[in-house]
Design a protein around this ligand. Sequence first.
Ligand code: CAP
Ligand code: MG
Length: 414
Amino acid sequence: MYGGYGNYIKTSFVPDKDDYLIATFKITPNKNSLYYCAEAVAAESSIGTWTSLSTMQKRVLKNLQPKVFYIDKKSRIIKIAYPIELFEPSNPAQLLSDIAGNIFGMREVKWLALLDFEAPLNYFNSFPGPKFGKLGIRRLISTDKNPRPHIGTIIKPKVGLNPVEAAKVAYDSWVGGLDLVKDDENLTSHTFSKFEDRLAKILEAKDKAEQQTGKKKIYCPNISASAEIMLKRAELAQDMGSNCIMIDILTVGFSAVQFIRNQNFKMFIHAHRAMHAALTKNKNHGISMLVLAKLARMAGADQLHVGAIFGKMEGSKKEVLQIHKWLNSPVGNLAEVFSVASGGVSPLTLPKIAKAFGKDVVIQAGGGVHGHPSGTRAGAAALYQALQATLQNIPLEKYALEHKELKQALQKWH
Ligand code: CAP
Ligand code: MG
């Protein structure tokens, strides 16, 4: 517009990965050229603005000016190398305000998608990361010598049951064979289900189910709220012996997640991603689930919903497994995250999900358990049977000949 955006393009530049955060964007320009838009994005996400500045210093330009070092005209993908000094260590809010802030609203750019970012290990290590991670959760819960997928459910209906009713659903799910029971993402504390009452009743049911089955179980109480209320709820959950807390990480914000993580509770964080699709669904404008997953791991999520591939929510196999792979790859000191596959899952889809993810996945079904014709306990048994069949490489139809709950599930959802 008025020359504030010059000198950011340096396609000969090769960034040193120890000194630069590299962000990958997809740009759809308005009337302006892709090159102009690339410069505008680089400027507005770092030191520049719409016009040249009398206050600009040579030192600032030298030390903090990012470089657009990659531009692909066909795919409209660009890569910007940002000097790492632009980013405050261990501050997820500032990272997003930088590479996912004003730039989404610029008139010059019709659509903008933040696809990925890479950063120096020192920067990743400045974040707390998961306290337990996948291996910590396995140590906490599974006694199996050979690790397997965990199976879980979401209490349904989503909201509306009173604590006694919810505890019964949870108990039936655990004794039916499930490892994990969680609150739904929109259940926090309501006239019909006060958080503290639900927590007490369901933890009581968990104790009973553990005695009955001889197996450790998990309850994920949803503590999502303002930070001070989340702190109180987490402290109560820990005092009452919960081994997990659930947080809707996008609606509360990554800083709140990191605040709770930094309390070092003896409970792992189950991260629900409600609202992500407002950012991730449009592949031309928004923030990719890969970026959100990286932030979730950095902020301290131990388990993270990543998509079920074969469920009711969008998310291609390629994209979901790319996220799953990154969550399970070595990144500095950040522990690996337990992927959660959920959304429209039933015993019939379990084998495909397990095949796609391998053993490091929590497979969750809400309707696919509580919609079973013989009720929750049978629905949990059917999901458990589907897992056993899968682990033994037996087709579900064959396994169902000897397992009526699975047979009924196949009949209902074939
Ligand atoms: C699944 C679920 C989860 C979704 C979220 C729901 O219930 O409880 O919130 O899995 O999607 O409310 O839809 P069902 P994602 O099993 O009954 O579908 O995991 O993709 O974030
Ligand atoms: Mg839900």
